[in-house]
Design a protein around this ligand. Structure first.
Ligand code: SAT
Ligand code: MN
Length: 581
């Protein structure tokens, strides 16, 4: 196979001349191709077969122990001017980055097969969808892209019809952590990734294309590419709402997108449109519509069990690729928080020795096709996407942020999003549990200067007539002993219900300087063993702590100097004045 698109053909020829692979394979996305690659990887030891009786078509990949998470310090946005990448990105001049990457890619595929993966982010017939081509020397990347994106023949056809696509070049190199770079060239619609085979570093359709490059395109074209799940909530009366929610990596987006209603919520249905990324466009009626550019999930495994998320638990019992989990004596996958079985071999392939170290890596992952999700919504395939009623921001915060509050209006909501902070998780290399600013949960993913990004968000008041309401939630508030105050998981539907009632103007709220909070008793706790005092502390606003928070936000904004929109600073001052009054 090759292509009628000259630009694509020429690029593939150039890449092949540079990297010198033994052979080139154009991927068609077929089941036979998927099967063939799995068999090759089983033969090479890249994949290990798991118990096929209990877990049909499930396989385990052990990544290099130095290559288990995204590497933000090695991820760059290469624009001509450093200010355009902003203080939120590592920057390198495109000419320098190209010279460096060309040196690394030179001859790197000798002895290997080069795979050409045409893919489409978004429903294949959607006007909102965008295509790309990833070239890689990793068969693991090909099978993951098969599960995560609409890849193969149909995507290539669309590329040949439309002509435009994002170019992604990837090689695992020698998996040397010292020689690892994830480079983005937004003006050229190019991504180059070297030296890692892991998730967001290597599956270039995901964070590199659908967020970093897409956010840059979205700014120029008047839409938004966001790190958000999209969930459909249907009441017993058949009223449907679509909510989009942004949380940092490994803060429970997949669980919220696949939420199982509490027992007392008879007749409520929750369905998944997307679990990680949303592309938001203004439609002809002036509403925001969302599509999920992906068609599969790359989810955190630890903590998944029948109680926390039986949909996810069932979903990964067949046709799933596990990365860096442990295995039991019966050769079943095992992870911390799985409520059955015992690990005998850890994620590195060593016999468990009782050292107390985690058996599965804390950032171990499953990859599955979205259609396998018992709560999959067919609207995930709708080319028109779904209209969004509410946007929800959240972070992992031991204190300060109440369980839920509503922004006063869109402009204030942008401040709420821009102020998001969260404790770091194992999804990225580095220390875990440190609170850092993560505006809109996009810190690792915004492909341009955050200050311009906030300005772009603010511009939607002029672009759209019927904007969604904006909320902030915090499922992670703890008491002095470190105990979580809110049960989380399925019970988060109780909070989403209040959010929906607010969108429908069915429930009043208490106005405070930080936003609207639920009145006493308006969050349904029927069936929960949570006392009034706990609910009050979950919904309390500590004035002094909030004043300190807004001061910290001001300091954070200072890094962005004069690019910070005046409107955003005015919103911040408005909240400060309210708190002082
Ligand atoms: O590694 S990924 O970026 O794909 C997953 C995540 O961190 O959200
Ligand atoms: Mn994510």
């Amino acid at each position: 196979m090759s292509t009628t698109n000259e630009d694509l053909q020429q690029w593939i020829d150039e890449v092949a001349a540079l990297t010198r692979p033994d052979q080139i394979k154009w991927c068609d996305g077929s089941d036979a191709e998927y099967r063939g690659l799995i068999d090759e990887m089983l033969a090479s030891g890249d994949l290990l077969e798991l118990n096929q009786e209990t877990h049909p078509n499930c396989y385990l990949h052990r990544s290099d122990p130095n290559d288990v998470a995204r590497v933000e310090h090695l991820t760059f946005v290469c624009t001509k001017h450093q200010q355009d990448a902003g203080p939120n990105n590592n920057w390198m001049h495109p000419a320098e980055a190209h010279a460096q990457m060309n040196g690394l890619f030179e001859g790197c595929m000798q002895g290997r097969t080069m795979y050409v993966i045409p893919y489409c982010m978004g429903p294949i017939d959607s006007p909102y969808a965008r295509c790309g081509v990833e070239v890689t020397d990793s068969p693991y990347v090909v099978v993951n892209m098969n599960l995560m994106t609409r890849m193969g023949a149909a995507a290539l056809e669309r590329i040949e019809r439309e002509g435009s696509f994002v170019k992604g070049l990837h090689s695992i190199g020698d998996l040397d952590p010292e020689v690892r770079f994830i480079m983005h060239f937004p003006d050229e619609l190019q991504i180059q990734s070297f030296g890692s085979g892991y998730g967001g570093n290597a599956l270039l359709g995901k964070k590199c294309h659908a967020l970093r490059i897409a956010s840059y395109q979205a700014r120029n074209e008047g839409w938004l590419a966001e790190h958000m799940l999209i969930v459909e909530v249907e009441s017993p009366q058949g009223e449907k709402h679509y909510l989009a929610a942004a949380f940092p990596s490994a803060c429970g987006k997949t669980n919220l997108a696949m939420l199982i209603p509490p027992e007392t919520y008879d007749g409520w249905k929750v369905r998944t449109i997307g679990d990680d990324i949303a592309w938001l466009h203004v439609d002809d009626d002036g509403r925001l519509r969302a599509v999920n550019p992906e068609s599969g999930y790359f989810g955190v495994v630890p903590g998944t069990n029948r109680k926390t998320n039986h949909n996810a638990y069932d979903m990964i019992r067949r046709d799933a690729i596990f990365t860096n989990v442990a295995v039991t004596a019966d050769n079943e996958p095992w992870w911390e928080g799985k409520d059955s079985g015992e690990p005998v071999i850890d994620w590195k392939g060593n016999q468990i020795n009782g050292s107390g170290e985690a058996a599965a890596h804390p950032n171990s992952r499953f990859t599955v096709a979205a259609k396998q999700n018992p709560s999959y919504s067919p609207l995930a395939d709708d080319p028109a996407g779904v209209p969004i009623s509410a946007i929800i921001f959240g972070g992992r915060r031991r204190e300060l942020a109440p369980l839920v509050y509503e922004a006063l209006d869109w402009g204030h909501g942008v401040l709420v999003g821009a102020s998001v902070a969260s404790e770091t998780t194992a999804a990225a290399a580095g220390k875990v549990g440190v609170t850092r600013r993560d505006p809109m949960a996009m810190k690792p993913f915004c492909g341009y200067n955050f200050a311009n990004y906030w300005g772009h968000w603010l511009s939607f008041t002029a672009r759209a007539k019927r904007l969604p309401k904006i909320f902030h939630v915090n499922w992670f508030r703890q008491d002095q002993d470190g105990k979580f105050l809110w049960p989380g998981f399925g019970d988060n539907l109780r909070v989403m219900r209040w959010i929906i009632d607010r969108c429908e103007n069915r429930v009043d709220a208490v106005e405070t300087p930080i936003g609207y909070l639920p009145k006493d008793g308006d969050i349904d706790t029927n069936g929960l063993t949570i006392d009034d005092a706990t609910m009050r502390s979950l919904l309390s606003v500590d004035r002094d702590a909030w004043l300190a928070e807004l001061e910290a936000v001001a300091e954070y904004f200072e890094e962005y100097e004069d690019r910070v929109p005046e409107l955003l600073e005015a919103e911040r001052e408005r909240v400060v004045a309210g708190l002082k009054a």
